[in-house]
Design a protein around this ligand. Structure first.
Ligand code: BGC
Length: 264
């Protein structure tokens, strides 16, 4: 579905990013596997992707560092010739009650989750605009896919830095979608719910925790990284070429106010 396209996935050595990078390779794309710590894991992801007969390499870069992001995209253009898909996925949590939250915890989450997406989108967009549409490759001049969250719209006590970053990602995505659509660049977001990854291990790793989490998920199961990876591939493909500026929630219904199934 993505044959001949060049994709960069940030934070691709674990969780949703890992599954997404592999799915991109399976769909025929050449893939840059970005990571910031965990070179061995990144190398394993590269091997998995290469097994599909496409190209891949690991690239260490901190997405919140302007120069490192610029260098990452520049190397991609050098090695792969261009970029067609930027999956701005890298993200983290530093949870704390408001009154305990340090400025450093606030700043770190905003830097990686929001500023990092701005930098990745900007560097990718420069190349998309320069190159324009190549019809044999894709109907669009490039795709930016922002990894958001259900917390783009669901407030989350004890996580004000994270929820604010994802609320910001929603507006970043919509504004960039509006600004870049005339260049035939599609910007969209994916909004995962509770997905079984290291970021939320505490929420699903014991039966009690999982039971309590399931009360928030009408569809009755915790998501798998592949649930998100498949949505990203679809969003990047020309099947969804007319989808511009949308957040696709992939959440088993978590955004349906499940408390109201019995209350209200
Ligand atoms: C968070 C997870 C959380 C999920 C649902 C995600 O964005 O990273 O920790 O389980 O949202 O609340």
């Amino acid at each position: 579905m993505l044959r001949g396209q060049k994709a960069c996935v940030t934070g691709a050595n674990s969780g949703i990013g890992l599954a997404t990078a592999v799915a991109m390779g399976r769909a025929g794309a050449d893939v840059v596997v970005n990571y910031v710590v965990g070179a061995d894991e990144a190398d394993k992801v590269v091997e998995q992707i290469e097994a599909f007969g496409v190209r891949a390499y690991a690239h260490e870069a901190d997405v919140s560092d302007e120069q490192q992001v610029a260098d990452m995209v520049a190397r991609m253009v050098k090695e792969f010739g261009t970029i067609d898909i930027m999956v701005a996925n890298a993200g983290l949590q530093r949870d704390s009650a408001l009154t305990e939250m340090t400025l450093a915890e606030w700043q770190k989450v905003i830097d990686v989750n929001l500023t990092g997406q701005f930098l990745c989108a900007r560097e990718a967009a420069k190349e998309f605009v320069r190159r324009g549409v190549v019809e044999e490759v894709s109907r669009s001049a490039g795709k930016i896919i922002c990894m958001s969250s259900v917390h783009q719209i669901i407030p989350w006590s004890g996580h004000v830095n994270y929820a604010s970053s994802k609320g910001g990602v929603g507006m970043l995505m919509q504004t960039l979608a509006q600004e870049l659509a005339p260049h035939k660049i599609r910007v969209n977001a994916i909004g995962p719910g509770a997905i079984r990854t290291p970021i939320n291990r505490d929420a699903w790793s014991t039966p009690q925790a999982e039971a309590s989490l399931l009360q928030l998920i009408p569809y009755g199961r915790v998501g798998d990284p592949d649930d998100i990876a498949n949505a990203v591939v679809a969003m990047a493909s020309d099947l969804l070429d007319y989808v511009v500026g949308t957040t696709l929630y992939v959440d088993g219904g978590m955004t349906l106010f499940p408390g109201f199934a019995t209350g209200g």
